[in-house]
Design a protein around this ligand. Structure first.
Ligand SMILES: Nc1ncnc2c1ncn2[C@@H]1O[C@H](COP(=O)(O)OP(=O)(O)OP(=O)(O)O)[C@@H](O)[C@H]1O
Ligand SMILES: [Mg+2]
Length: 405
């Protein structure tokens, strides 16, 4: 009966016996098969011959502590075969006691779980890999998000930078155009002075002559005349300087005033070139902004018309029509129209661009209309456009109307 059990167990399990010191006293065929050792190689050796180096010492300590306490030890153990390969066995070690209750030997019964363990380990490895992948995926998503965020930020910064640069450029253009206008004004002053300077030198010459003749009355007369001429010259400078004084406050005013200011400065030139000014102006209409800036726009328009007439024939007479009237949508509409022949299509498209000019470098910088547009749009929140008429060009300016304040 006992023999049959023994055979049944030995045939289906891996069995070994050791003495109390762990020296092998018996192994069955299954043991030899799985470990790769022969019976001769095993019997008489310490059981740790199949110990796997990766198993921590603590495990063996626990095993020995259990079986030396005469208790059964159960565990899945990793072992190493003769050829160095790993195998796993589900192990039960039972201490066999003699009649006195002392340990006689240990019998170990195992079955092979290598396949399952390897599967389990492979599964765990996959799990770990998956976890790592997941983690790195999260990490990568975080990194991409961060990169995107930074890209976004630098993009915002770049946009801000461009806007800033643009603003600077506009300021620069304003400045340049002011300088250009100043240059024009200097030219105007010089032009306006030419006549009185000639008069002045003539008067002085006459004064010298009458002084030699000791005609004191005439000396006084020529002196008064000189003083008058110089006062006029001084007034010319005053006019121009006032006109270009920057930083004037916004006020509510009638565009009619700006028209008058501009004519004050530029009227003489128009007169000289036989250009007639026709005005249809509703003087009650008011707008808000810096008055001399609008005057500057009129000057630019008059100057352009004046220059356009230079190339045009004189036959039909030279006219500039200025009108100020109620426009659509509660705005004041200003129009400045000339009959100087109009503007070619290709020029029309680029008219308001900075530095766009069809004139010789000495005459035009191409900033006049750009500046005018800036003033109308930025200072007055209005619009300016241009069109051709059968005889010339017309500039239409719409400005928000303001009531009395
Ligand atoms: N009334 C007009 N008739 C015909 N062409 C015009 C008229 N006004 C402007 N132009 C055209 O538009 C161009 C641009 O005008 P803008 O006032 O901007 O510059 P500019 O007069 O050439 O130079 P700047 O005004 O800086 O001295 C002119 O060169 C001219 O060809
Ligand atoms: Mg111009």
């Amino acid at each position: 009966m006992f023999q049959q059990y023994k055979e049944a167990i030995e045939n289906s399990n891996i069995v070994s016996k050791t003495d109390i010191n762990g020296i092998i006293t018996f192994v069955n065929d299954e043991f030899c098969k799985i470990s790769g050792y022969s019976k001769d190689e095993l019997v008489g050796q310490n059981h740790n011959i199949i110990r796997h180096p990766d198993v921590p010492k603590e495990s063996f300590r626990r095993l020995w502590a259990t079986i030396l306490a005469k208790k059964t030890f159960r565990s899945t153990v990793m072992n190493m075969a003769k050829d160095g390969s790993t195998f796993y066995v589900n192990t039960t070690i039972i201490p066999i006691l003699d009649q006195k209750g002392e340990i006689e030997e240990f019998i170990a019964i195992r079955y092979d779980v290598t396949k399952e363990m390897k599967l389990k380990i492979a599964l765990e490895k996959k799990d770990r890999e998956l976890e790592v992948l997941n983690r790195t995926l999260e990490e990568r998503v975080r990194m991409q998000t961060r990169k995107l965020y930074e890209l976004n930020k630098s993009l915002e910064e770049r946009v801000a930078e461009e806007v800033r640069k643009n603003e600077e450029k506009q300021k620069m253009l304003f400045f340049q155009s002011r300088m250009a206008n100043l240059g024009q004004m200097m030219a105007n002053i010089a032009h306006q002075w030419r006549q009185p300077l000639t008069e002045l030198s003539l008067t002085l010459f006459n004064m010298k002559k009458v002084a030699h003749q000791q005609d004191l009355k005439k000396v006084d007369a020529f002196y008064e005349e000189s003083k008058q001429i110089m006062q006029n010259m001084s007034q010319t400078i005053e006019d121009f300087i006032n006109f270009f004084k920057p930083g004037k406050p916004k006020e509510v005013f009638a565009p009619a005033q700006s028209v008058e200011d501009a004519l004050q400065v530029f009227g003489k030139t128009l007169d000289k070139n036989q250009i007639d000014i026709k005005k249809r102006i509703d003087e009650s209409l008011k707008i808000k902004g810096v008055r001399n800036e609008l005057s500057q726009v009129f000057i630019n328009l008059f100057q352009n018309a004046n220059e356009a007439f230079e190339g045009a024939s004189k036959e039909s007479g030279r006219n500039i029509d200025i009108s100020v009237a109620k426009g659509p949508n509660g705005c004041v509409r200003i129009s400045v129209e000339d009959n100087a022949g109009g503007i070619p299509e290709d020029v029309l498209e680029r008219l308001f661009e900075p530095y766009y000019t069809t004139k010789h470098a000495a005459k035009g910088t191409g900033l006049g209309l750009f500046m005018s547009k800036m003033i109308i749009e930025k200072s007055f929140a209005g619009t300016i456009k241009v069109d051709n008429t059968p005889e010339g060009a017309v500039f239409l300016i719409d400005l928000p109307m303001k009531g009395e304040e």
